[in-house]
Design a protein around this ligand. Structure first.
Ligand code: DHB
Ligand code: FE
Length: 279
């Protein structure tokens, strides 16, 4: 069976793509964020994943308000990135791992998660920026991918409790895949941020740090909050923390946190990373 090597969770702020393109990693504004990544890359060098299941939210590049799946899974041979309006350079093609895509889809549908299966899918900054941060300068990516998309854009959103269970189902799917490949789960989004409206710029450091702690010590802690609660506590886009929670669900049982970084702000966002390994 496949090995689930662990999880990485990270924010995905578009301006980071501009900073990478402009070689601004050492700039005082960006340095505290980029400095969080070498430990992640060291860990990747040790665990050597073959495949990444990337859990993110689409921001309108692939799905728009007219058609919005709650949960979608890519089953494409390849995934293209495109200019989505943030001025981020378009990234090289990502190769799909279709055998895992279909196994994951069959497995979670078998557990009553009626996902939208996507044999064509584009990937936006929520997917590409974490990849560029983890494997900088790649023209061909060292992992094949399976994108998983969770709606955080248009109401109604899946609850935190539902995302936790979805994550658990993803974990069971990965661990029951007949393959000798090593699988990494990446969850991208958050932490607290709000891009528009009266509370634009809203950040809740206290809540973010509690949430990061809970990822290790009490991972279902955040499931007591409704989506409305989470919007109030973390901002309209802070609900992207659902990707972190889903990733944590996939890891199951106990985890060790090997690394954390938290920096406020990058653009409007509390930018954070964690590396979690099954204990
Ligand atoms: C920002 C953050 C996001 O998560 C996103 O998807 C777009 C923009 C920001 O803070 O600028
Ligand atoms: Fe986002």
């Amino acid at each position: 069976m496949a090995t689930l090597v662990g999880g990485i969770t990270t924010s995905h702020v578009p301006i980071i793509g501009r900073a990478i393109a402009g070689n601004l990693q050492g700039d005082p504004y960006f340095k505290p964020f980029f400095d969080g990544f070498p430990p992640l890359r060291d860990w990747l060098g040790k665990v050597k994943p073959d495949v990444a299941v990337v859990i993110s939210n689409d921001h309108g590049l692939n799905f728009f308000l007219d058609k919005m799946p709650t949960f979608a899974v890519g089953a494409a041979p390849e995934y293209r990135n495109a200019d989505e309006g943030w001025g981020i350079p378009v990234m090289p093609l990502f190769q799909g791992e279709q055998d895992l895509s279909w196994h994951l889809i069959e497995s979670v549908v078998g557990e009553d998660f009626d996902v939208t299966t996507c044999q064509e899918m584009m990937v936006d900054h929520g997917f590409t920026l974490p990849m560029a941060l983890l494997w900088p300068g790649s023209q061909t990516w060292p992992v094949q991918v399976v994108p998983v998309i969770i709606n955080t854009v248009q109401s109604p959103l899946p609850s935190a409790a539902r995302c936790w269970k979805f994550g658990e189902a993803i974990g069971r799917a990965i661990r029951s895949w007949e393959s000798d490949k090593r699988v990494l789960v990446i969850g991208t989004g958050g932490l607290s941020h709000q891009l528009d409206g009266e509370r634009a710029g809203f950040i809740n450091k206290d809540f973010d740090l509690k949430f990061m702690d809970s990822m290790v010590k009490d991972p279902t802690w955040v499931t007591k909050y409704s989506i409305d609660d989470l919007v109030e506590l973390t901002g309209t886009q802070g609900v992207e923390l659902l990707m972190w929670l889903t990733t944590r669900g996939a890891l199951g049982g106990r985890v060790r946190d090997l690394h954390r970084n938290y920096h406020v702000p990058i653009s409007n966002t509390a930018a954070a990373t964690m590396v979690l390994e099954p204990a």
